[in-house]
Write a protein that binds this ligand. Structure first.
Ligand code: ITT
Length: 202
């Protein structure tokens, strides 16, 4: 079966392919990226929640391509910032996808608050929309704390300042497989893979 991954974020795409291949076995499902659809528009993410935005992206993909479509909407919710940047994580600095600028702004806004107030969570909503209109939505979370400075070069986005609960290394210091095992995205897409297996039998 062919499945569209409706994301313009290349690093997310790499993680999603890896997680789905691990969950469903390689070869059974052919993943297609938005790169295969020249002229695909920039879809406004007007939802107030991760779930709404994941559905917006997946519905748009399914209706434009006729393919079963999965989408990811994710971000970092910081307790001390009342859950922000949340759904605005990719454009928090005003520059969409500028991971460095977004991370620096979050660090500046949290400032020097004490360790007990540095909690937060990565959240990932994962949606599957079928051309016939059936929809599925699941969510995964990873709790942790926001460090005062970057550590590590792996992953993407806010990974270098995020120390997961029970971890000694930031998400950017973990191997890809280690990050997948505990991340918001790993949890959400392992759950969605069960739905994919049922809805799109080989
Ligand atoms: P698409 O909408 O095209 O999928 P996007 O990057 O705009 O790509 P989102 O709106 O879901 O995606 O925003 C996700 C942002 O949240 C991402 O740019 C990072 O800043 C942050 N983020 C999400 N998952 C992350 C992860 O695993 N590690 C670090 N930061 C993450």
């Amino acid at each position: 079966a062919r499945l569209l991954l409706a994301t313009a974020n290349q690093k997310k795409l790499v993680e999603l392919q890896r997680i789905l291949d691990n969950a469903l076995g390689t070869g059974g499902i052919e993943l297609v990226g938005l790169g295969d659809f020249p002229g695909y528009p920039d879809v406004p993410e007007t939802g107030l929640t991760f779930g709404e935005n994941a559905l917006i992206k997946a519905r748009e993909g399914a209706s434009r391509t006729g393919l079963p479509t999965v989408a990811d909407d994710s971000g970092l919710a910081v307790d001390a910032l009342n859950g922000m940047p949340g759904v605005f994580s990719a454009r928090w600095s005003g520059r969409h996808g500028d991971d460095d600028a977004n991370l620096d702004l979050v660090l500046a806004q949290i400032g020097d608050v004490g360790d007990e107030h540095r909690g937060g969570a990565f959240v990932c909503a994962a949606a599957l929309v079928l051309p016939g209109g059936r929809e599925h939505l699941v969510e995964g979370k990873q709790r942790g704390e926001i460090l005062r400075a970057r550590r590590g070069t792996g992953g993407f986005g806010y990974d270098p300042i995020f120390l997961g609960e029970g971890q000694t290394r930031t998400n950017a210091e973990l191997s890809p497989a280690e990050k997948d095992a505990i991340s918001h995205r790993g949890k959400a897409f392992r759950e969605l893979s069960k739905v994919i297996a049922k809805e799109l039998p080989r």
